[in-house]
Design a protein around this ligand. Structure first.
Ligand code: ADP
Ligand code: GN1
Ligand code: MG
Length: 363
């Protein structure tokens, strides 16, 4: 267990630490909500340990986050936004002025102001939320397009390179270090049958037929905060993978996380389905904000849902085969349950691909 009080004291909070507790349901970082007493006023912050197993270079990552959040704030303020600080993450500097602090074990920690009266959702509740989520991520990409300076640092190289992801998956199957492959042969074969799909977007990016943009790359539903009162998508969070990528990675992961009524780790896969009404709401919100999309990007929007869901399923299965070292798990077969929901969702998308194309053509 970490000494949250000592770590909080590395930051320029000008307040007395009261308590801290684990917060949220992310699969990667260690997130805590802390409460401090600021001259008599109770104030919350988010305190986070960057996962250094996943992010090998957390310091350039923090420079990315600082650049993106600084730009977002300045754009909001220039637009005259009255609640700019609720609409972007805000890093609280450490006492030495850096946007992060390191503990004795060289763990990288950061503090964000706590965005209040808004929350994230693990499960989508209605199509209007899809419109909000897609609009928020679409606007975030617009911001990325105007980011001044050098390209952002690639925090996880080849993060959505599905050709490489497929090769890594095949290696895991071949090496099978803990002997799990024989128990999941059906799932393994399912992914092997779909190899061709893994190369499509990667090849279009390499040939220049698809543009490289600044994208978020982790647009799952619970990485956007919706206002408690209005339901508006007010703030995109979890910026660790914001870097060069494809708009399709972002839209695809929205389809993966915001169209099914079942949780990512639902054991009953008969509940998993891609709901057209939710897809249509995503397409509407996204196309309204992402006015920059090329015809090929638009054409591939339905396919992106299949691709990102397949990729994620393959990553869960790879992690299962390698002994659950990447994603946080909360039960022994957690990554396998997650794999199976992704398979079910891809099958549902495959069955509705034509209708999805018709929907996109309307926007
Ligand atoms: P992970 O990378 O592990 O997914 P996130 O950055 O997404 O970590 O944070 C985990 C959860 O913490 C989010 O889903 C959200 O509910 C909550 N959270 C993160 N940042 C803030 C913030 N600034 N204000 C309020 N809640 C936040
Ligand atoms: C992770 O950090 P979180 O929980 O928002 C993962 C995503 C996966 C997702 C699956 C850096 O997202 O790529 O799609 O889990 N993030 C990283 O739920 O690997
Ligand atoms: Mg997250």
């Amino acid at each position: 267990m970490f000494n949250l009080k000592a770590i909080s004291n590395l930051f320029d909070l000008r307040a007395d630490y009261v308590y801290g507790a684990p917060y949220g349901s992310g699969h990667i970082n260690d997130t805590y909500r802390i409460e401090v007493d600021q001259a008599g006023l109770r104030v919350s912050y988010i305190l986070q340990r960057v996962n250094s197993n996943v992010f090998k270079q957390p310091i350039p990552l923090m420079e990315n986050v600082l650049r993106v959040t600084t730009e977002a704030l300045s754009v909001l303020q220039a637009e005259g936004c009255k609640d700019a600080y609720r609409r972007t993450l805000t890093l609280v500097p450490a006492k030495d002025g850096k946007p992060y602090a390191q503990d004795a074990e060289a763990n990288v920690w950061r503090v964000y102001t706590f965005i209040d009266r808004a929350r994230t959702y693990d499960m989508i509740e209605n199509p209007q939320q899809c419109v909000e989520v897609a609009r928020a991520f679409g606007n975030f990409q617009k911001l990325g397009a105007n980011l001044p300076g050098a390209p952002l640092f690639e925090t996880i190289p080849d993060f959505h390179n599905t050709t490489k992801r497929f090769a890594t998956f095949k290696n895991a199957v071949a090496e099978d270090p803990i002997g799990r492959a024989k128990t999941v042969q059906k799932e393994i074969d399912w992914f092997l049958e779909r190899e061709a799909d893994c190369h499509k977007v990667v090849n279009y990016l390499a040939s220049g037929e698809l543009p490289v943009r600044v994208t978020h790359n982790d647009t799952k539903l619970n990485n956007v905060m919706l206002d408690d009162v209005t339901g508006e998508g007010i703030c995109v969070i979890d910026l660790d993978t914001t870097m060069p990528g494809s708009s399709l990675y972002d839209f695809g992961d929205m389809i993966r996380t915001s169209t099914s009524p079942a949780a990512e780790d639902e054991k009953d896969t008969s509940l998993v389905t891609m709901r057209m009404e939710y897809f249509e709401a995503l397409a509407k919100g996204y196309c309204e904000a992402a006015t920059f999309l090329t015809p090929l990007e638009k054409e591939l929007l339905p396919f992106s849902g299949k691709l990102l869901t397949m990729e994620c399923g393959m990553r869960f299965l790879t992690d299962y085969l390698l002994g659950d070292t990447y994603f946080k798990i909360h039960r022994p077969e957690h990554n396998l349950d997650r794999t199976r929901t992704q398979i079910a969702l891809v099958e549902s998308i495959e069955n509705q691909m034509e209708a999805m194309q018709t929907v996109v053509a309307r926007y």
